[in-house]
Design a protein around this ligand. Structure first.
Ligand SMILES: O=C(O)[C@H](O)[C@@H](O)[C@H](O)[C@H](O)COP(=O)(O)O
Ligand code: SF4
Length: 606
């Protein structure tokens, strides 16, 4: 079934716009594919180093070019609860490869930052740049050129985008993404947020706050809110990089292990040595990317993907723009209510029918391209399933339910939660911006209020503690863009602005920085481009200026005299404290060359 004519038209526009990049990219992929089994070009010395630690049987196998070798790129560390389960995955993958008559080797590791650990801390200023660093680090592992397919072990915010950029850069190789699954449900996310607000108001102490936080984030697996990490899982499934049903099965379960082994065997089955060769750079095309954007809108996914998905697409020569994302938002309905877009968590989403039901609904209504390639084969219809553990210990798949098991969490396209998607683009005399409307009450979609200007989130929090944030206002937090200080998430502002909003004040945020995918209830126009340090009009805003944020019309404007505003000298900021400490001195070159947010805020693509 073809997609809705409007979606087909947007896809065709992306295809046309991408040609100057996509055609040379595909030429490079096909040239690399034409070289056959890549390790056959290695000299004996290279090969001997490459399989020095393998068993004699594996050495014999790898000395030839018939037995496929599976590379593993892992982002294991103990800092991310979502990545800690990967510690044991390589052994499981090697066993699966052996059972499938192949070999598996860890090609390399990549760094992984937990944005929860660095939220509000100096380390957060490395977070966005770590995405491109992860792509580069994966490239180092893959450059050993020993492999016929790759499995990528990653879940969280910048890691899956970085690994996807690497997988598409090495697009001549098949790529299967293997997740570890969500943490089991703990203290509900809205209760955690309530205790945070009580702490910020001095109504509970640090012990009570730490107790609540620890009951929310309590074990292995991805945090259960629908932030960037879980948006990544949705994307990997709807774009065909996951095995069907892999996204939201909890870690440490037999089904999780069965999915990991199955993914490893599937990766070995889609190499050039087999008869279902599926190089990632051919598998992912403009339709796959549009399917990803559709999934983002239908689930109220993370605002960070208005940058990451653009950078991911660009790695395959596909040029995606905010305008494409915005127009798709006007077409695609919101079908999921998962925190911060609701009270449920991803475990409830999965139990309600999860990705299988979501994809079935979107395909049925023509919002997705079905005629796409995936690691599982041809067509997205294969993903309209629910995963189960078979009696033999393998994965069994049942058709996804025709009706949501919980319509309050997962809606049908006939009765969506919103008739438009969760992400809206804004433009006006302050530049361009992004807003996540799915988590903001409709009565707060249009805000007109005077500006209160800050150059740092700590300044705003200090003003709150001093009782200075009275009345209605739009907080302008600037010099937070990629070139200024690495574009940190300003998610700590959610608590304070949420308190003021709950007290009845009309508040909003306008920033060239970004928010967490877990941010939500306060209207926030983020990713303002051009950023303040790049001469953006945001640098000319002064306290008291009237600003209008209109998420219905898609506008962001300062309502001051245009000539007088343009004549103002732009403000400057002392960013010397952001150049050193916690490794920031290592990323000066990244700040210098980072591209604008509306082009993915990347250091990799001109
Ligand atoms: O984009 C995201 O989803 C966030 O980066 C998320 O991964 C981050 O960890 C939040 O900070 C978690 O929320 P709390 O900080 O509220 O725990
Ligand atoms: S979802 Fe965020 S807080 Fe949770 S493990 Fe991943 S990066 Fe850390």
């Amino acid at each position: 079934m073809s997609a809705d004519a409007r979606i087909e038209a947007i896809t065709a526009r992306i295809v046309e716009r991408s040609k100057p990049f996509r055609e040379p990219y595909l030429d490079r992929v096909r040239a690399a594919v034409s070289k056959g089994v890549h390790r056959s070009v290695l000299g004996c010395g290279n090969l001997a180093h490459g399989f020095a630690v393998c068993s004699p049987a594996e050495k014999t196998a790898l000395a030839g070019d018939r037995v496929p070798n599976l590379g593993i790129i892992t982002s294991y560390n103990d800092m991310l609860s979502a990545h800690q389960p990967f510690e044991t995955y390589p052994a499981l993958i090697r066993q699966a490869a052996h059972e499938a008559g192949g070999v598996a080797q860890v090609a390399g590791g990549v760094p992984a930052m937990c944005d929860g650990v660095t939220q509000g801390q100096p380390g957060m200023e490395l977070s966005l740049f770590s995405r491109d660093l992860i792509a580069m680090a994966a490239g180092v592992g893959l450059s050993h050129n020993m492999f016929d397919a790759i499995v990528y072990l990653g879940v969280c915010d910048k890691i899956v985008p970085g690994l996807t950029i690497a997988a598409l850069t090495f697009g001549h190789l098949p790529a299967v993404f293997i997740p570890a699954g969500p943490m089991t449900s703990g203290l509900p996310n809205d209760e955690k947020a309530r205790v945070r607000q009580l702490f910020a108001e001095g109504k509970v102490g640090r012990d009570e706050l730490l107790d609540a936080e620890s009951k929310s984030y309590h074990g292995p697996g991805t945090c259960t809110f629908y932030g960037t990490a879980n948006s990544n899982q949705m994307l990997m499934e709807i774009m065909g990089f996951h095995m069907p049903g892999a996204s939201f099965v909890n870690p440490g379960t037999p089904l999780r292990d069965a999915l990991t082994k199955e993914a490893s065997k599937r990766a070995l089955a889609i190499t050039a040595q087999g008869n279902e060769f599926t190089p990632a750079g051919e598998m992912i095309d403009e339709r796959s990317i549009v399917n990803g954007v559709v999934g983002l809108h239908a689930t109220g996914g993370s605002t960070n993907h208005t940058m990451h998905l653009i950078a991911m697409a660009r790695a395959a020569g596909i040029v995606l723009t905010w305008q494409d994302i915005s127009e798709l938002s006007d077409i695609v309905p919101l079908l999921a209510r998962v925190y911060p877009n609701g009270l449920a968590d991803v475990n409830h989403f999965h139990a309600a029918g999860g990705m299988g039901f979501l994809i079935k609904e979107l395909l049925k209504a023509g919002y997705l391209h079905d005629d796409v390639r995936t690691v599982y084969g041809q067509g997205l219809n294969a993903y309209t399933i629910e995963p189960r553990l078979g009696g033999d210990g393998n994965v069994r798949r049942e058709p996804a339910p025709h009706v949501s098991h919980d319509p309050k969490v997962l809606a049908s396209t006939e009765h969506p939660f919103q008739h438009t998607g969760g992400l809206k683009m804004l433009s006006g005399n302050l530049g361009k911006a992004v807003i996540k409307t799915s988590a903001v009450k409709p009565e707060r979609h249009v805000i007109e209020a005077p500006a209160k200007v800050f150059h740092d989130q700590a300044e705003l929090n200090a003003a709150f503690k001093a009782g200075e944030l009275k009345g209605d206002f739009i907080a302008v937090v600037r010099f937070q863009g990629p070139k200024a200080n690495g574009m940190p998430e300003l998610h700590k502002l959610t608590t304070v602005l949420g308190i003021l909003q709950d007290r009845g004040q009309t508040v909003a945020l306008l920033t060239d920085g970004r928010m967490s995918g877990a941010s939500g209830k306060v209207p926030a126009a983020i990713h303002v481009t051009p950023e303040a340090i790049d001469g953006g009009p945001i640098a000319r805003i002064r306290d008291g200026d009237l600003i209008r944020l209109d998420a219905v019309k898609g506008t962001i404007d300062v309502l001051e005299d245009a000539a007088a505003f343009a004549a103002r000298p732009p403000a400057t900021a002392d960013l010397s404290a952001n150049e050193f400490g916690m490794g920031r001195e290592l990323f000066a070159s990244f700040r210098a060359i980072a591209g604008p947010a509306d082009q993915g805020a990347s250091v990799l693509f001109a």
